[in-house]
Ligand binder design. Structure first.
Ligand SMILES: Cc1ncc(COP(=O)(O)O)c(C=O)c1O
Length: 379
């Protein structure tokens, strides 16, 4: 098979975890997104948004891509920019790891570290505002705008969700994904609720994030969480939400490396812990599909660094039984996430979301399949 690097995006495997997952319970299947060429699930949304922008003339040869990203989406855009010859500017924050900064720069992206916190103690709003400002100032630039652009969830509706259904001809009982922009959970839940409505849809967030309501506080899990409910996620399609504590996410990711030979980042550790919990309540033959959004290499200096773990006050190792017990003790944060939604349509104005995003969203919302049963609130 001879292809370009960008043609290797998608078609990731579903993998089993036989050492942690017992034969007398449901079967956990990990959708292993590390195999995308940029190393994470974000390659899918990034290539979809860039292709759509090119098709509509929003991104022209020699153009500049400007995005706010704590790591993975920026890395995907940087890789695509390198392959296609675009200038890429990524706005990160102090939580972005050195490994991610090195990858961004390795792909040739220009990196701006935003250090001003927003009103929730996070950096999302300040990063997005500055990205929008730069996009207004830099000629021939394009803002993919993963947080507010509905093409983000559409990308997963069209690729990831279909792949999952195709690889599970016998169906699945539950589907689990972590949430930040809501792209993956939003797109896949919409698809599953349309074509396999009995699948239980479970969202995973960090303790300290307010996607499913609750108060905002600082947390260490990278790539997960937001101070509000993202427009890409329709809460009506989510049956249940868990919030996972930092140490549990990091320890589970470590345990899967050590006891399954599977590298994953902390957000995937959080999801995999919930997947084990759900499997414990199911019967053999029932499947639980769990997104593993990235691999572990980009967390070498944090997740896989004993000293860093100790500095956070985290344990450094847990055996399979400890992880299984931790899973058994998990309680859902909400069994009716739609009651806890925290949509913030006012942010469209206050963060000065670009007109190109708003136009794109009207187009997406007009697509018949997209609106089936949708209750997303967007101006
Ligand atoms: C490692 C990781 N996990 C989960 C997510 C959440 O995905 P989404 O933004 O599609 O909700 C992200 C997003 O940045 C991520 O980088």
């Amino acid at each position: 098979m001879i292809v370009t690097i960008l043609e290797t995006i998608g078609n990731t495997p579903l993998i089993t975890i036989p050492n942690s997952n017992k034969a007398d319970e449901g079967q956990v299947l990990l959708k292993y997104e590390r195999y995308n060429p940029g190393g994470s699930i974000k390659d899918r949304a990034a290539i979809y948004l860039i292709h759509e922008a090119e098709r509509r003339g929003l991104l022209k040869p020699g153009g500049t891509i400007i995005e706010s990203s704590s790591g993975n989406f920026g890395i995907s855009l940087a890789m695509i920019g390198a392959a296609k010859g675009y200038r890429v500017i990524v706005l990160v924050d102090p939580k972005t790891t050195n490994a991610n900064l090195a990858l961004l720069k390795g792909f040739g992206a220009e990196v701006i570290v935003v250090t001003e916190q927003d009103d929730s103690g996070s950096y999302h709003k300040t990063r997005i505002s500055l990205a929008n400002k730069l996009a207004r100032e830099i000629e021939n630039s394009y803002r993919p705008d993963q947080c507010f652009n509905l093409l983000n969830s559409e990308a997963h509706y069209k690729s990831t969700a279909r792949e999952i259904m195709d690889s599970c001809p016998g169906g699945m009982k539950a589907f689990i994904a972590a949430v930040s922009t809501g792209g993956q959970l939003g797109g896949i839940s919409k698809y599953l609720k349309t074509y396999a409505p009995d699948v239980q849809i479970i969202g995973v967030d960090a303790v300290g994030s307010a996607i499913f309501g609750g108060h905002s506080d600082s947390y260490r899990i990278p790539g997960i969480g937001l101070g509000w409910t993202p427009v890409n996620l329709d809460m009506e399609f989510v049956d249940c939400a868990y919030k996972i504590a930092d140490e549990q996410a990091f320890l589970t990711a470590r345990a899967f490396a050590r006891h399954e030979g599977v590298l994953m980042g902390p957000s995937s550790g959080a999801c995999a812990l919930v997947a084990l919990r759900v499997a414990q309540q199911l019967a053999p033959g029932d499947r639980v599909v769990c997104m593993v959004s990235d691999g572990g290499e980009r967390y070498i200096q944090t997740l896989f660094n004993d000293e860093w773990m100790e500095q956070q006050g985290f344990a450094t190792a847990a055996d399979t039984e400890t992880i299984r017990t931790m899973a058994r003790q998990l309680q859902p944060w909400s069994m009716r996430p739609s009651d806890c939604s925290n949509y913030r349509s006012d942010l469209l104005d206050s963060l000065e979301v670009p007109d190109s995003t708003l136009r794109m969203n009207s187009e997406v919302l007009n697509r018949e399949y997209y609106n089936q049963g949708s209750s997303i609130y967007i101006d």
